[in-house]
Design a protein around this ligand. Structure first.
Ligand code: GTP
Ligand code: SPV
Ligand code: MN
Length: 623
């Protein structure tokens, strides 16, 4: 399809205007067909960027190696350019939108010389769903086109829904590597290698996205974090719904009763794993709706319905094995794009903790360097064969655990929210909030030890990652907390408070003093899901405590081999730990939000502090 054939006048003008600035050799409107996907991979393989994997081992699959500067989201180069700085809040990088547009327009001038400008019309969510939104990305990267084919719904159907004047989020992307006449990439991942010159910019007041210099993941597949979270969070605030960094799962109990849960965990903290988990307890079943993002709206019946706006999984490869995530391994057994994994001599991918050592005598690491083949999959810190943020892009439809209703345009009704990060101490295995506001409080204090999903942040220390949205909220986080509070108030005002999802705080990552995980995690997490399920049915399986409702002893059967003392310490109140937590929230965390922090959250803090003080007095015997 040619630009001239576009029926949407605004879209046509937008494409033409950018083509004038970027000066591509040609413009192509993408149609989302298999043929187009194959063509992209053919281009990528012939230019030496993509490697076709062994068709006998991993049919229809490819490996890419990105530039070492371009292996994860660049948070320090991600901007929320609202008109007013205060609207971006203390957790976002802010720049004046007019200035930023000027700087970036200069950078965009001639940036696509010698390349093709692809125009990708895509739908986030089942095409035509009333919760879905349309975006159009222009990009000079065939790698982005192929990945967008998997991660979103691309093509003519989308243009049909858009019609002549429908709303779309314009997404501008360039890898910032124009080609001179006769020049080619020479097998080298094209991008702007200087991180300081990359820009991932959002204009929330006009719902626009401009991205420059990176070809990787959330920086370049603009439907994902940029549209479905940062811009969508703003749309959701304006329109009264929720756009969240949440997995969505379907859980069926042994009696055949079904519920849907949504869970927010920071990047690389287990959403993909939890959404595909195979329960260790007989009779329970978990199926996948989504693994990263949830869009949710209230319907007439007063319940909150969620869709997965994505069509694929862009998942962390290292740590994925038949043991840890059997369903993911099956999903990626074919038709998958791998980035920054190791390459074996027989033409397959490999990564640390894949479940087996490397076959053959040597292996190419993610930088393409020859390395002796490790006999086990343990790996050496700092010398990984696969990059720690190596990822797979794979169609959700290939997942053996995908729920049949995963594309239902109406979405699925959510019964419970889970929040959780990687916390080695203090935070119990599971804790139910006593009220909606208390749940918002728990969401707001979610924190995690730092992982590898972002560049430029020191790994190891705890950072608060409220609602797992810290890098993904397109406006002031204080206002975001308030949006959540208001959702609860509105439901109550409409007489639907009892239909709101129940809120839970979970933590799979408690450690002993030897740095070993206390809880086995993965499939065993289903024990916690089952407790939550029963809680949603008002089972008396809890004890009310200072910090929330904790599992009554015996209400979660411990996994085989888990010491009962460990189990009870995972499910009890660590008074001193929580006192330190509360002090940290009060003095080092909440103040950054100033007047934008809802007062009710400070009130929550006061109540918990008071309860902890009483408990402390009892424990130390001086009442
Ligand atoms: P993003 O795609 O970055 O948003 O990450 P994610 O939240 O989907 O995380 P993912 O499921 O990919 O897991 C990331 C890492 O956490 C992997 O290395 C997993 O092996 C590990 N992990 C997941 N679940 C558990 C668990 O229950 N216990 C432990 N100890 N590790 C886990
Ligand atoms: C995350 O970091 O939360 C991801 C990966 O899901 S990316 O798409 O690169 O943001
Ligand atoms: Mn994510």
């Amino acid at each position: 399809m040619r630009v001239e054939d576009l029926k949407h006048a605004k879209l046509k003008k937008w494409v033409k205007d950018w083509a004038k600035i970027m000066k591509p050799a040609a413009v192509e409107i993408c149609n989302g067909t298999k043929r187009e996907y194959d063509k992209m991979l053919k281009i990528l393989v012939s230019s030496g960027l993509g490697i076709k994997l062994n068709d006998k081992i991993r049919p229809g699959s490819y490996l890419f190696r990105s530039d070492p500067s371009d292996v994860a989201r660049a948070e320090s180069r991600t901007f929320i350019a609202s008109k007013k700085k205060v609207d971006a809040g203390p957790n976002n990088n802010w720049t004046d939108p007019d200035e930023l547009k000027k700087t970036m327009t200069d950078l965009f001038k001639g940036c696509m010389k010698g390349r093709i400008m692809y125009v990708i019309p895509f739908s986030m969510g089942p095409v035509g769903s009333d919760i879905a939104k349309i975006g159009v990305e222009i990009t000079d990267s065939p790698y982005v086109v192929a990945n967008m084919h998997i991660m979103t719904r691309v093509g003519k159907k989308v243009l049909d829904v858009l019609g002549t004047d429908g709303f779309f989020v314009p997404c501008v992307h360039s890898i910032a590597k124009p080609l001179a006449k006769g020049e080619s990439d020479g097998g080298k991942w094209p991008c702007e290698p200087d991180v300081q010159k990359k820009f991932i910019s959002h204009f929330p007041d006009t719902y626009e996205i401009w991205s420059y210099g990176s070809g990787y993941g959330g920086n370049a597949l603009l439907g994902k974090k940029c549209l479905a979270l940062r811009i969508a969070s703003v749309l959701a605030r304006d329109e009264g719904w929720l756009a969240e960094h949440m997995l969505i799962l379907k859980i069926t109990n042994p009696e055949g009763e079904v519920k849907y849960f949504a869970g927010a965990f920071p990047s690389a903290c287990g959403k993909t794993n939890l959404s595909m988990l195979i329960p260790t307890m007989p009779g329970w079943k978990v199926q996948t709706i989504g693994d990263d993002i949830a869009w949710m709206k209230f319907k007439e019946d007063g319940r909150l319905y969620a869709i997965n706006p994505e069509a694929g999984f862009f998942g962390v490869a290292p740590g994925t094995s038949d043991n840890s995530n059997f369903n993911a391994m099956k999903t990626i057994s074919h038709n998958t794009i791998f980035t920054n994994c190791g390459l074996t001599v027989d033409g397959d991918v490999w990564w640390e903790q894949i479940g087996y050592g490397v076959p053959g005598g040597e292996v190419l690491d993610w930088k393409g360097q020859r390395r002796p083949a490790p006999k086990t999959d343990k790996g050496v810190k700092g010398e990984e064969i696969a990059h720690v943020n190596a990822r797979f892009t794979t169609p959700a439809s290939q997942c053996p655990a995908i729920a049949p209703e995963w594309e239902d345009p109406n979405g699925v009704p959510i019964s419970a929210f889970m929040f959780g990060g990687r916390r080695a101490t203090t935070i119990p295995l599971v804790n139910q909030s006593k009220s909606w506001v208390h749940g918002v409080f728990l969401g707001s204090i979610t924190g995690s030890e730092i992982t590898a999903a972002a560049l430029d942040i020191a790994a190891g220390s705890v950072r608060r990652d409220p609602f797992a949205m810290l890098p993904f909220c397109g406006y002031n986080m204080g206002d975001y907390f308030n949006h959540w509070i208001k959702i609860g108030q509105k439901a109550a005002a409409e007489g639907h408070a009892d239909k709101l999802p129940k809120i839970f705080f979970v933590n799979w990552f408690r450690k002993d003093t030897f740095d070993h995980f206390l809880w086995p995690g993965y499939g065993e997490n289903a024990r916690v899901l089952a407790w939550i399920f029963n809680r949603c049915n008002d089972e008396e399986n809890y004890l009310e405590t200072a910090i929330g409702n904790l599992p009554k002893p015996g209400s979660i059967e411990p996994p085989e081999g888990l010491n009962p003392d460990v189990m009870s310490s995972l499910c009890s109140v660590d008074v001193e730990g929580w006192e330190a937590e509360i002090a940290d929230i009060r003095s080092d965390y909440y103040p950054q939000y100033g007047a934008r922090l809802p007062k009710v959250l400070y009130e929550e803090l006061d109540v918990i502090e008071g309860e902890l003080a009483k408990l402390h007095a009892i424990l130390t015997g001086n009442r």
